[in-house]
Design a binder for this molecule. Structure first.
Ligand code: UDP
Ligand code: MG
Length: 321
């Protein structure tokens, strides 16, 4: 019998976890009628320091069904940490990561499992086919992120890819081998490679509760994506430096000759001020870019744990690697 692990990071999801569990329970038995395989299931709910009753809700689920495991964090560590903790405790042959808000339709698992069972793929991911119900500006900015990221980074991320995916044990272990502190899962999933099939699906609204993302956090998230997988921004500073120095060298020659032949410019105050501001700005941006990378190194070298669990149910174990 094969085991499928369902990893669910939850932050303030008291209104949705129960509905999520019920929806999965309705769909999962169908998997056993699919390919002549029988599956057993385990849920790993990770409570990411919720301020509502999410932790209590998932503990109740564990009492009702011992295959529902829980890990409760000591504070909010972010979804990426939740995913990592869940994967680290998942023992299934296939592992899926899903949001608690039912934006990742459990019905899709049927098709996903079929693809993995065919042996042609190691991972089946999902991608939003449309962005209905989303503000135009958000869609525009997110398209811009994918375009820029895929241009400057060797790790391509499929436009609209969600974290929702089903992976083999082998791929899950590969992800866990990447024990970096600064985690950008979409990039990690792509970085490890493996044969991945993307299923497009229609965007669905969350069943209840509200999204944890706002414009600022999405912007930070996109910077994470670029900085964690590409060093191109660092090189851009070097290129800009060379271009401006080259320009300056030519100007020095031109103005030296003009001075020698008696053309002394007394005007030009505006030009100088503009140039100082422009160059100062570019230098600050370059230092800022450098800072982003140094900040990452700083956090990485401390080797702090990615998450701290306050409580776990007795039935789960961490996979040693
Ligand atoms: N989440 C989490 N920690 C956080 C923020 C979010 O574990 O700090 C979980 C959240 O409970 C949900 C999933 O990550 O299961 C996706 O969050 P959300 O629905 O807010 O994101 P969206 O679907 O809007 O991208
Ligand atoms: Mg959501």
């Amino acid at each position: 019998m094969k085991k499928i692990s369902i990893v669910v990071p939850c932050y303030n999801e008291e209104e949705t976890v129960e509905a999520f569990y019920q929806a999965c329970e309705r769909v999962l038995p169908d998997l056993n009628r699919l390919n002549g395989e029988t599956y057993e299931f385990e849920y790993i709910f990770v409570d990411d320091g919720s301020k509502d009753s999410t932790a209590a809700k998932i503990q109740v689920l564990n009492e009702v069904n011992p295959h529902c495991h829980y890990i409760i964090f000591a504070r909010n560590f972010g979804k990426e940490a939740g995913l990592y903790a869940g994967l680290k405790h998942a023992s299934g042959d296939f592992v899926t990561v899903m949001d608690a808000d039912l934006q990742d339709p459990p019905e899709m698992l049927l098709e996903m499992v079929t693809y993995l069972e065919s042996g042609e793929f190691d991972c089946v991911g999902t991608r939003r086919a449309d962005r209905d119900g989303e503000p135009k500006i958000k869609s525009f900015l997110s398209d811009l992120f994918y375009t820029i990221n895929n241009k400057i980074s060797k790790t391509n991320i499929v436009n609209g890819a969600r974290d929702f995916r089903l992976m083999t044990r082998q791929m899950t272990d590969a992800i866990l081998d990447l024990s970096e502190y600064n985690r950008f899962s979409k990039g990690l999933f792509s970085w490890v490679g493996f044969r991945t099939k993307y299923l497009p699906y229609k965007n669905v609204e969350r069943v209840a509760g509200e999204t944890k993302w706002n414009f600022g956090s999405l912007f930070k998230y996109s910077i994470e994506g670029v900085v964690n997988f590409s060093d191109t921004p660092l090189k851009l500073a070097t290129i800009a430096g060379f271009l401006f120095s080259f320009g300056a060298a030519i100007m020095i020659v031109i103005y030296a000759f003009r001075a020698i032949f008696g053309y002394v410019d007394s005007k030009g105050f505006t030009t100088i001020v503009c140039l100082i501001l422009l160059l100062g700005g570019i230098q600050l941006i370059a230092i800022g870019v450098l800072g982003e990378y140094i900040g990452k190194i700083f956090l990485e070298t401390k080797k702090r744990p990615i998450y701290i669990a306050r409580l776990k149910d007795e039935g789960i174990n961490e996979r040693g690697n």
